[in-house]
Design a protein around this ligand. Structure first.
Ligand SMILES: Cc1ncc(COP(=O)(O)O)c(C=O)c1O
Length: 402
């Protein structure tokens, strides 16, 4: 048995590609200075690395606008707080859904309670899909935005983003997309009608913790919610209005951005290699890489899903007909054990890392009647999961649940 069999990639991807560790270390050693502050060569070079990362991420997300609108934050939670807080004002209505993570639910609940925001919470169907009709039916005169959970961190279902975006657009409603579970795995293009795309660095983008961001479309203007040093326009009493400084205050994580930088190059190299050099642009090569990653990861999930379904007294969350409509995350419950018992046994007896509980997404567990039972067991293989890891997982599940 190995020391660890890691099936918790929905929490964070691990391990990272080797060049990410190497570049974080080397860049932090050679350029671990404050970017954009002092005018010396090292600071300028650090700033150049940051800008080139903004450019790569803009291409990665199909954004043809100013790369300075790729704004760095700490993580998806930070981005969602800043996007929602910077957009919604008292009297505005926002549409969210039961699939949303606490990174959306909690800021929205605070804004509903404290700032006079109106909220509609959409219910998914039994497979987890939000119908486009229900989005259309919820739009009101004062609807400012719809938040789309691109893929659920509990059941892995992917929403029909472009159809939801098209309906929103028809009604002049802004589209905010939470790509925490899809960035790096599926194509997410600003051109598909997204106004604000929020991402986290440490999951499918293969960066470290502590770095995330958002792409703010050129038709949107977010109010600043962080105020402080930017290294530019220091005389101004207020936050500068130009992007990214409007939203970025304080020193950016150089190791974090360096990690994302190396990961972006790793995506492009992977895409070139799996397509035999067919794609030369960053955007095209990364698209090929994402497709390859999605296929690789979901092949593992299909095996795990089919195996669990073949076991007695196991209840899967959601239903699956078309596996392409999912990322590589699934959740289940076993009749004779609580979710936490299952996770503890898998860890202690088989060295398997999974996550039990509500997964910071309580509403989807309410919708699927798993909240009262303390949630479910989530299994999320990743790109570096090996077939033999899955073999070990399936054997262990059989031994526990036969
Ligand atoms: C769907 C979804 N949204 C938001 C988040 C928050 O991401 P972070 O913890 O990196 O801020 C997560 C993380 O689990 C998630 O799965």
């Amino acid at each position: 048995m190995k020391d660890n069999y890691y099936f918790d990639n929905a929490a964070t991807s691990w391990p990272k590609p080797e060049p990410v560790y190497q570049y974080m270390d080397s860049f932090f050693r050679s350029h671990g200075v404050n970017p954009g502050r002092s005018g010396h060569t090292l600071a300028i070079e650090a700033e150049q690395m940051i800008f080139s990362t903004r450019k790569m991420l803009a291409q990665f997300f199909g954004f043809t606008g100013d790369p300075n609108r790729v704004v760095f934050t700490q993580n998806a939670t930070d981005s969602l707080n800043m996007a929602l807080g910077g957009l919604l004002q008292s009297g505005d209505h926002v549409i969210i859904s039961q699939l949303d993570h606490n990174a959306v639910l909690r800021p929205i609940n605070h804004m509903r309670r404290d700032n006079g925001i109106e909220v509609s919470v959409l219910t998914p169907d039994e497979s987890g899909l939000i119908s486009v009709d229900s989005v259309a039916a919820s739009i009101k005169q004062n609807t400012k935005a719809v938040v789309v959970n691109h893929a659920s961190n509990v059941i892995g279902i992917v929403q029909d983003l472009s159809s939801i975006a098209a309906v929103a657009r028809q009604h002049g409603v802004l589209v905010i997309v939470d790509t925490a579970q899809t960035a790096g795995v599926l194509d997410v293009n600003m051109a598909d009608g997204i106004d604000i795309l929020t991402f986290t660095g440490h999951k499918g983008l293969f960066g470290p913790m502590g770095i995330g961001g958002m792409v703010v479309g050129e038709n949107v203007d977010l109010q600043s919610s962080r105020f402080g040093g930017t290294g530019v326009d220091s005389i101004s009493e207020y936050q500068p209005q130009a992007y990214p400084h409007k939203l970025e205050a304080g020193t950016i994580s150089i190791p974090g951005v360096a990690g994302l930088h190396a990961a972006q190059k790793w995506f492009a190299d992977l895409g070139k290699s799996v397509s035999n050099g067919k794609y030369s642009t960053h955007a095209d090569a990364c698209r090929a890489a994402r497709h390859h990653i999605h296929q690789t990861e979901t092949a593992h999930t299909i095996r795990i899903w089919d195996h669990l379904q073949s076991l007695q007294r196991v209840k899967m969350m959601g239903q699956r007909s078309n596996q392409n409509q999912y990322v590589a995350t699934l959740s289940f419950l076993a009749e004779e054990f609580s979710a936490q018992q299952m996770a503890d046994m898998l860890d202690a007896d088989y060295h398997i890392c999974v996550r039990a509980g509500l997964h910071c997404a309580p509403a989807i567990h309410s919708a699927f009647n798993t909240a009262d039972q303390g949630g479910a067991v989530r299994i999320s293989p990743g790109f570096f999961t090996e077939e033999s890891d899955v073999d070990h997982l399936l054997d262990s599940l059989t031994q526990l649940l036969h």
